[in-house]
Design a protein around this ligand. Structure first.
Ligand SMILES: CSC[C@H]1O[C@H](OP(=O)(O)O)[C@H](O)[C@@H]1O
Length: 355
């Protein structure tokens, strides 16, 4: 059975998301009735992952406007613009919701100006565009898997047939519409029988690795080993890791990449141990408005997310806490950006975006 993080059928007003705060103990879905529910589950990280945030946020708008009748296209356009701006505010670091909102608003403006398009047609065409995001994301991830596995295997010495990789956080079916980005490359390597093992960090404090990536790898029977975040240097020293594969929340034009906290220190260690470090991300995670990572806003999460685990306090009451949810890895540490269009050097991103 395929792991389904999103259930959607707008005809039935159905949008449900798997509550990722309850995994792996409980598999429980939450009904999303509109953008307020969408904003809430994103902000509370009941659904998370850069692509999944954009998809669930946009789908929450689709189910909301599907139920409503609009007197004219101007009213519908005003509703769409206001609710897209609201959804963008749920979490600041991942760029995907902002890029999706920009594209959807541009479509709505075009439809509102098209005199051959009725209000009903505008609503249907707009919702259809959102629905297509699901299939496109899965297709993009399959291409990321193909390009990434080809690139990594090309690095192998002639006598090496299988590969050991390290990944951080969760970049699989629980962070996307399905298959995953960095975990999509892992899945592709496994499908090709070229994966020896994937090592995954627990990824404190939310534990995306221990709770989500481990869940996905066990579910798919992929050879995987969980390690603590503090074990990465020793892993590089004692195991022959041939690549690091991470996701991205926002890639700047020079290749600087914002990703889950801990990514930057893994990149530093990978450089020290000469392990190729790859960022795996669809073009929907690339921000052409950012020339470098310097201006990427880093979300800071509530202190209880660090001082408690599963509702039990693990840190002394009264201790101060700093809880940045992301860090920025400089382009110099990144061997390549693995995308659905191919694998690019950081210096080539601008050309790939025709900028
Ligand atoms: C498919 S990339 C997912 C990306 O999002 C994660 O952050 P969060 O769990 O806080 O949404 C992490 O940075 C992953 O690399």
């Amino acid at each position: 059975m395929v792991l389904q993080s999103i259930k959607f059928d707008v005809e039935f007003g159905l949008l449900e998301i798997l509550d990722q705060l309850l995994l792996p103990e409980k598999t429980q879905y939450i009904k999303i009735k509109g953008v307020e529910d969408g904003w809430s589950v994103i902000n509370k990280m009941q659904v998370r992952g850069a692509p999944a945030i954009a998809i669930v946020g946009s789908l929450s708008l689709a189910v909301e406007i599907w139920k409503e009748e609009f007197q004219d296209k101007k009213t519908l356009l005003r509703e769409i613009e206001g609710k897209l701006n609201y959804l963008i505010s749920a979490r600041p670091t991942a760029v995907n919701m902002k890029l999706a909102a920009d594209e959807l608003l541009e479509l709505a403006i075009q439809l509102s100006r098209d005199e051959t398009c009725s209000t009903r047609d505008m609503k249907k065409n707009f919702i259809d565009a959102i629905t297509m995001m699901l299939d496109k994301d899965i297709a993009d991830n399959k291409n990321i898997g193909k390009h990434g596995s080809d690139a990594i295997l090309s690095n192998l010495q002639s006598q090496e047939t299988t590969i050991k990789v390290l990944t951080h956080c969760n970049t699989g079916s629980l962070a996307t519409a399905g298959y995953g980005t960095a975990l999509g490359v892992v899945r592709r390597l496994h499908e090709m029988k070229r994966l020896d093992r994937v090592y995954l960090t627990e990824t404190r404090p939310y534990n995306q690795g221990a709770r989500l990536t481990a869940f996905e790898m066990v579910h798919d029977k992929v050879p995987a080993t969980l390690i603590c975040d503090s074990m990465v240097a020793y892993l590089f020293q004692k195991k022959h890791i041939q690549a690091v594969l991470v996701g991205a929340d926002r890639v700047a034009m020079n290749g600087d990449t914002a990703n889950k906290i801990g990514t930057y220190q893994i990149a530093c260690l990978a450089a020290l141990h000469d392990v190729p470090f790859y960022v795996c991300a669809p073009f929907t995670s690339i921000d052409s408005s950012k020339s470098s990572g310097d201006s990427i806003v880093i979300e800071e999460r509530p202190e209880h997310e660090m001082t408690y685990i599963a509702g039990k306090r693990i840190a002394a009451p009264g201790i101060s806490v700093w809880n940045p949810a992301f860090d920025v890895t400089p382009a110099k540490f990144i061997r390549g950006i693995i995308t659905e269009r191919g694998v690019f050097e950081c210096s080539d991103l601008k050309n790939q975006l025709n900028l």
